[in-house]
Structure formats: C-alpha cells, structure tokens
Design a protein around this ligand. Structure first.
Ligand code: C2E
Ligand code: C2E
Ligand code: C2E
Length: 88
C-alpha cells in the first residue's frame, strides 16, 4: 500500500520455461535468449526482465498484459507476486 514501494520484479524461471511445451514457450524463450545475449548473462537459472518487456511480449502473444501474466504464473514461469508488477 505504500506509494514509495517499488513494484514487484518480473523474474522469469528459465528452468521451468524449458518444461513448457515449445509451441507456447517458444516466443518467450527466444525473447529471453536475446536479452541474455545482450547482457552477456548466460549462467542464470532466472532472468529479471523489464516491465516494458512484458508489454512487448503481450503484443507478441496477442493477449492483454494481465492475461499473459496469468498464463506465465500458471506455467510456473513467473511467481504470483508478478500480478502487482503491472499496477503502474
Ligand atoms: P541500454 O538499455 O542502453 O542499457 C545500458 C546498460 O545500462 C546496461 O548494460 C545495464 O548495465 C544498465 N541498465 C539499463 N537499464 C537497467 C536496469 O533496469 N537495471 C539494471 N540493473 N541495469 C540497467 P547491459 O546489461 O549490458 O545491456 C546492454 C543492452 O542490452 C541494453 O542497453 C539494452 O539495449 C539491452 N538489454 C539488456 N537487458 C535488457 C532487458 O531486460 N530488456 C530490454 N528491452 N533490453 C535489454
Ligand atoms: P534479487 O534481485 O532478489 O536476486 C536474487 C538472485 O536471483 C541474484 O543473486 C541472482 O542469483 C538471481 N537473479 C535475479 N535476476 C537475475 C538475472 O537477470 N540474471 C541472473 N543471472 N541472475 C539473476 P545475486 O546476483 O547474488 O544478487 C543479489 C541481490 O543483489 C539481488 O537480489 C539484488 O537485490 C541485488 N542485485 C544484483 N544485481 C543487481 C542489479 O543489476 N540491479 C539491482 N538493482 N540489484 C541487483
Ligand atoms: P533493477 O536493476 O532493480 O531496476 C529496477 C527498476 O529501476 C527498473 O525496472 C527501471 O525502472 C529502473 N532502472 C534501473 N536502472 C535503470 C537505468 O539504467 N535506466 C533507467 N531508465 N531505469 C533504470 P525495469 O526496467 O522494469 O527492470 C526490472 C529489472 O530487470 C531490473 O531491476 C534488472 O534486474 C533487470 N534489467 C532491466 N534492464 C536491464 C539491463 O539493461 N541490464 C541488466 N543487466 N538488467 C536489466
């Protein structure tokens, strides 16, 4: 409730993502791989992404950001606290 609190981080569980069927996970896997490459961040089991990246992914998946967030939570790829990351 504190206005000064930062929003929750969007932390992708990369190992869990490997277990999601490729037809669903493919675009997110390619997007995450691109960010890892840009950062030179290859060793992580998780990847923190920008809020803007979730909005971009929502366009790629042709869903509202809130709906994509719910789907990623159902996959176990995002934690349930990610719901609050869009309230800004
Ligand atoms: P950039 O956006 O010009 O950021 C340059 C550098 O500023 C980054 O180098 C990083 O050291 C720092 N930086 C910028 N924003 C943040 C932030 O929110 N948190 C943290 N911890 N550092 C930040 P880095 O990491 O080597 O990334 C190089 C370039 O790769 C970035 O240039 C950007 O174009 C792209 N990139 C990296 N990670 C992401 C990402 O999560 N999303 C998007 N859209 N692009 C990313
Ligand atoms: P945190 O943000 O809660 O992250 C906890 C741990 O999750 C990190 O431990 C790291 O092992 C992993 N992790 C989270 N996001 C990423 C990611 O995008 N890539 C990879 N490879 N691993 C990730 P670590 O590295 O020892 O960092 C401990 C704490 O230090 C972090 O807790 C955070 O509070 C701070 N920290 C580390 N790097 C950054 C950064 O670039 N920006 C900011 N603002 N804080 C950072
Ligand atoms: P973080 O590093 O703890 O940054 C938290 C928020 O602070 C970012 O949320 C962004 O709003 C702001 N911020 C931090 N550094 C910068 C910066 O250099 N420039 C600007 N304009 N804003 C900055 P955001 O964008 O949602 O990113 C969430 C997390 O994703 C970051 O947490 C970081 O862990 C990761 N991340 C995002 N972009 C990059 C990047 O370019 N490089 C790396 N290494 N990590 C990034």
């Amino acid at each position: 409730s504190g206005a000064a609190e930062p929003p929750p981080r969007l932390v992708i569980d990369l190992e869990r993502l490997q277990q999601v069927p490729t037809e669903k996970a493919g675009p997110l896997m390619r997007y995450a791989a691109t960010i890892q490459s840009q950062r030179g961040d290859y060793n992580g089991k998780v990847l923190s992404i920008r809020q803007d990246d979730l909005r971009t992914l929502a366009v790629i998946y042709d869903q509202p950001p809130s709906s994509l967030t719910e789907e990623l939570i159902n996959w176990g790829v995002l934690g349930s606290d990610a719901r609050g990351a869009l309230d800004v």
